[in-house]
Design a protein around this ligand. Structure first.
Ligand code: FES
Ligand SMILES: [Fe+2]
Length: 383
């Protein structure tokens, strides 16, 4: 087997029925930022090539249901939220949060109880709504632990990235890129003093990756199966000097095979005494971000040749840089003709795991049972 060049199975697809689609649907998947879904809101979302309606009931509960009404397929997100139920805009059929139809104003009594709309479980964690799209019972929730020390938890802007999710997940395993991709702007200078030697090992919950520097110090990054990276990163522009380096939880959620979303939550260690300074600085950063063009638009301009990569500046510059590079690899990167090297050890290791699991699924076998990651396995900074 030529590792990293999986000619026989499409490791990038997560469409329904594909081996990758079956694999991904065995995990909780981040689908929306909690603060962007107010009680009474209903929104259309697309996850792994399928459409859904996500709404928040008046009790505060997030609900995932089919995108269209089972009567005559009107879009459910156009409807009204009544308590925790949703009423279709077309003929007023109402469904409770279990999916049971409970009212049909123009129909015979007794018909409603024979009608259901599909629903999927939801949970909320780290400022995000998570959905479970697989068969049977959902795995344990939350899917992974987070840093519990004194500090601030924030959800970042949601980024829509026009390429396959695996490019971004792989990028998060590629520590060598930071010395080059993030050289302009200098945000990652401390991580670029020398190039780390990358290694990785499979765990019961995903993959642990190491970046060993000449000093002997090791940066340790966690990749939770199937699409979450937990890593310590440099502060964004303007946030240096207040609080520690953020630990981030990075979910790469497939929209379809050619688009994905970044959901990022960070934990910054901030002591009580420095909280005021931190908040003031953060306010300035957020104001600058509100004034700036969206990261994805700036990245798209660079890709079109409008504006120089090296000269681009933005409050979320590292995000602009990563989007430009990953989207620039193509909607679905060509994995058949790459030239992988030593520095790609993390990517190679994950592809090997993914390919093994997809083969098992494809052949009707029993895929690995992943465990909930232990609380005491954490990322480290490595310098
Ligand atoms: S299509 Fe929804 S009630 Fe008719
Ligand atoms: Fe990056």
């Amino acid at each position: 087997m030529s590792i990293g060049k999986p000619a026989d199975l499409d490791i990038a697809s997560t469409l329904p029925g594909s081996p990758g689609g079956v694999f991904m649907r065995r995990f909780w998947i981040a689908v929306h930022r909690s603060e962007d879904l107010a009680p009474g809101d209903a929104k259309p979302i697309r996850i792994m090539g399928e459409n859904y309606t996500l709404y928040r009931g008046r009790s505060g509960r997030a609900q995932l249901i089919a995108s269209q009404c089972p009567h005559r397929w009107a879009p459910m997100h156009l409807g009204w939220i009544e308590d925790d139920d949703i009423r279709c805009v077309y003929h007023g059929w109402k469904f409770d949060c279990s999916g049971q139809c409970v009212d049909q104003p123009a129909e015979e009594p007794g018909f409603a109880r024979k009608v259901r709309i599909d629903t999927w479980p939801t949970q909320e964690y780290l400022g995000l709504v998570w959905g479970y799209f697989g068969e049977g019972d959902a795995p344990a929730f939350p899917p992974f632990p987070h840093r519990e020390t004194e500090g601030v938890i924030q959800t970042w802007n949601v980024e829509h990235v026009p390429c396959n999710y695996l490019q971004s997940f792989e990028n998060s395993m590629d520590e060598v890129h930071v010395a080059f991709t993030h050289a302009p702007g200098g945000s990652h200078a401390k991580l670029s003093a020398d190039l780390p030697l990358i290694s990785a090992e499979e765990t019961s919950w995903g993959m642990m990756r190491y970046g060993r520097r000449k000093t002997g110090l090791v940066r340790q990054t966690l990749h939770y199966a199937p699409n979450v990276t937990r890593v310590i990163v440099p502060p964004v522009a303007g946030m240096e000097g207040v609080g520690g380096w953020p630990e981030i939880y990075f979910s790469f959620t497939p929209v379809d095979d050619e688009n994905h979303i970044w959901f990022i939550t960070s934990h910054v260690e901030v002591k009580a005494a420095e909280m005021e300074a931190y908040r003031a600085q953060r306010g300035k950063y957020e104001a600058a971000l509100a004034q700036a063009r969206p990261s994805g638009e700036v990245a798209a301009d660079i890709l079109r040749g409008r504006g120089k990569y090296a000269d681009t500046r933005h409050p979320d510059l590292a995000i602009v840089q990563d989007i430009a590079v990953q989207a620039g690899q193509g909607r679905i990167a060509d994995r058949q003709h790459e030239r992988l090297g030593r520095s790609d050890a993390g990517i190679i290791a994950w592809r090997k795991i993914l390919l093994r699991e997809l083969r098992i699924i494809n052949e009707g076998g029993t895929p690995k049972t992943w465990t909930r990651p232990p609380d005491d396995v954490k990322p480290t900074l490595g310098f």
